[in-house]
Design a binder for this molecule. Sequence first.
Ligand code: ADP
Length: 380
Amino acid sequence: MNRELIRILLVEDNLGDAELFQDILDMIPESQTWNVTHVMRLTEALVELERDPVQVILLDLSLPDSQGLQTLVTLREQAPTLPIVVLTALNDEQLAITAVREGAQDYLVKGLVSGGTIARSMFYAIERKKNEIAMQSCLEQERQLREIKSRFISMLSHELRNPLTTILASADLMENLAEELSDQKKREMNRKIKESAGRMNKILNDLVALWHQESLELTSFNPCWFDLPPFCQKLVAEFQIQLDHQCSQRANSIDLIFVSQVKTYPVYLDLNLIEQILTNLISNAIKYSPKGGPVKFELTADFKQVIFQIQDSGIGIPASERDRLFTSFYRASNTKGISGTGLGLSIVKNAVEVQGGTIQVNSEMEKGSTFTVTLPYEVF
Ligand code: ADP
C-alpha cells in the first residue's frame, strides 16, 4: 500500500507525555506513517519550522519559555499555513474556545482523550487546513477579479468617453457652423475626429489582443521569414509621419531615431506580434515624453538573437511600481493627465514570451526609461 508520511512537530516540555504520545502513535493501525520531531521549547519549535517543513503541529500551551495563549499566537504568526492542534493539561472551556478563535484547529485535554482521538484530530486538522487555504486562495482570486473588473470599467468609460466627446463636439461644430469655419479649421477638426477614432480603434484592438491572450489563443502564433531591419525602418517611418502631423500641436517635439547594426537580418518570427511589440513600446516612449526629446530605437542582432532597445528621456517609472507594469490595466501613479488603458505592456509581454523572448525595463524618474526586448531570431 502507498503510505503517506505525515511529519508532526510535537512541542511538549514534559518528556513523559512526549514518550506516551509516541507510543500512542505507534499503536495506531493507520494507513499513514508518522514522523515525529520533538522539541521542548517554543524557541526550538520556531527554529525547527525554519529548518524542516512539517504538516501539523501538536502543541502544549505551557512551555518553559512561553505560557498560555501567547504560545499559540506566536507559533501561528510564524507558520500561518500550518494546522495546530493544542494538547494541554489545562481543562478550560473558555481558553479552548479562544484558542480555536485564534486559529487552533482543535483543543484536546491530556488524559481526557484517547490515542485514536488525537490521531484523528491531527488528520482532520490537516485536511481542514488544506480546505481553508484553498478557500482563501479562491477568495483572493475573486478579489483580484473584482479589482480588475473595476479598473476595466473605469478605464473603458474614461478612455472611450474622451475621444467620443471630441468626435461629437467636432461633428456638431461642423454641422452648425459650417459656413463660418475656415477651410483650415475644418481640416483641423477632421484630423481631430480621425485621431480620436484612431484612439478608440487602438483601445478596441488592445482589448481584442487581450481577449486572445487570456483565452490562450495567442499561443497559436504564425511565424514567417521576413527581413527585420527594413520592417522596423518602415514602422519608424509610419511613426514619423504621425509625429510630423502632430508637430503643430505639440509644444515639445520628439526626435525619433532608428539605429540598426544590421542592414539585413532574416528572422522567423510572427510579424503581427513584432508589430504589436514595437508599436506599443515606441508609442509609449513618445507618449510618456511630454517635454519632448529623443526617442531612440536601436536594433542589434547576433547569430542567435535580436535585441530591440527603445529608450526615451521622459517621465520615468517609479521603482516600486515597475514589477506591476505588465499587469493588465495597471498604470503607474505618475501618469496623471496622460491617457492610456494599461493594456499595452501586458500585450507586449505576452507577445514576447510566446516567441521565447524576454523583456526588461530600466528607468530613472524624470530622466527616462529603456525597454529591452530579446528574441531568438527563429521561433518554432
Ligand atoms: P498605457 O495605455 O497606460 O500606456 P501600458 O500597458 O502600455 O498602458 O503601460 C503601462 C504603464 O507603464 C503606463 O501606464 C505607464 O505608467 C508605464 N509606462 C509604460 N511605458 C512607459 C514609458 N516609456 N515611460 C514611462 N512610463 C511608462
